[in-house]
Ligand binder design. Structure first.
Ligand code: BGC
Length: 350
């Protein structure tokens, strides 16, 4: 068990960035940087103890300062889309950046993934805690939001990500992590043979290629969206099904069949080649399945000379449903003034 801190270069404004290398007794390693509170590398053993880095990323800070696909990023204040880039809370209208057509994606142009975070190291817990004060009207959102993200690497090969926050006004809080996983190793080209199970009998359909929800929930049964029994991502990703045609492959939120509000296992991914398995646990109501439909050369050359392509990695982004602020039928993403935001997602490797 150890945490090593190293220099990771300077931002354009001259801010010093650090890399934190956290290792457990099995040799599993989690690399983090305080630029964007980003998970840059994750070395995970397979059944024979062979390590591979299973997340997509860049070799250096320049890569992460661009990072159009949000590799490894902490997303805030709101993950996913807000239609029309505006919303109302308590009768006031708030306007956000239109950074995806008319809509807001992942907080806007100045996402939390582009911020320099403070940090503290908790060596006994193998944990790095990043913190940020997001001022009132930051990205357009109401309230000063003091937020922290704690990444912990456990001895049973789990990466636990706990978000905590408090705001002095009612606001939206919907943080997520945008890691792209390829359990065969990030230099492998495809996740199409990865087997996926999601504990969701319903998903959030979208109106068109803008990926804004209709506000309904549809049954997955009998559609290519169904992962209630594990199947390979490649089985149906090209299906001639309007929802998949809109988004060029899976890019949808699943409404989780949770037993309650607590943390529970909601998804499992397995790479048949290496036998590596990942379980996902969360206390949140939804998970966005995104299979890298838009990864292309614009995401730049990846780590170790990798050139990532469409479907090189998959994301399972735990969250409130997209555009929940406009949908009375979706669980509200509003954090009340003075109340604690506290949510945990765990990616556990077997
Ligand atoms: C979205 C995708 C988007 C990707 C990268 C995902 O959360 O659902 O539509 O392309 O993030 O920005």
């Amino acid at each position: 068990m150890s945490i090593l801190q190293e220099g990771y270069g300077k931002t354009n404004k001259g801010e010093e960035i650090s890399e934190f290398i956290v290792e457990n007794k099995n040799g599993m390693q989690m690399h983090l940087i305080n630029y964007g509170a980003i998970l840059t590398k994750l070395f995970v053993p397979d059944q024979n103890g062979k390590l591979a880095d299973v997340v997509l990323g860049y070799d250096n800070l320049e890569g992460y300062m661009d990072n159009p696909g949000y590799f490894g990023s902490t997303i805030g204040r709101n993950g996913n889309r807000i239609a029309g880039s505006k919303f109302e809370i308590n009768g006031e209208t708030y306007e956000l950046d239109k950074n995806e057509g008319e809509n807001n994606l992942h907080g806007g142009f100045d996402g939390y993934n582009k911020r320099v975070w403070d940090y503290t190291l908790n060596e006994t817990e193998n944990e790095v805690v990043f913190s940020l004060v997001s001022p009132d009207k930051d990205q357009g959102f109401p309230g000063e939001f003091k937020v922290s993200v704690a990444y912990k690497l456990t001895e049973d090969n789990a990466v636990s990500i706990q978000y905590k926050g408090i705001s002095d006004q009612d606001t939206i809080a919907n943080m997520t992590n945008h890691s792209y996983f390829n359990l065969a190793g990030h230099t492998e080209k495809s996740i199409l043979d990865h087997m996926l199970w999601i504990k969701a009998s319903k998903f959030v359909p979208v109106v068109d290629s803008t990926a804004i929800p209709t506000g309904e929930l549809w049954d997955v049964a009998g559609t290519p969206m169904d992962f209630t029994k594990a199947k390979a991502i490649g089985d149906d990703v090209q299906a001639d099904y309007e929802q998949l045609v809109f988004t060029g492959g899976y890019d949808h939120n699943y409404a989780l069949d949770k037993d309650g509000k607590g943390i529970e296992k909601i998804a499992e991914v397995e790479d048949p080649k290496t036998g590596r398995k990942m379980e996902v646990y969360t206390d949140l109501p939804g998970v966005q399945l995104y299979v890298g439909n838009f990864i292309n050369t614009s995401s730049g050359a990846g780590k170790e000379g990798a050139s990532y392509q469409k479907r090189s990695g998959l994301c399972l982004e735990t969250q409130y449903f997209p555009d929940a602020i406009h949908q009375a039928g979706f669980e509200s993403p509003v954090l009340k003034a003075g109340e604690e935001y506290n949510t945990t997602t765990i990616y556990k490797f077997l």
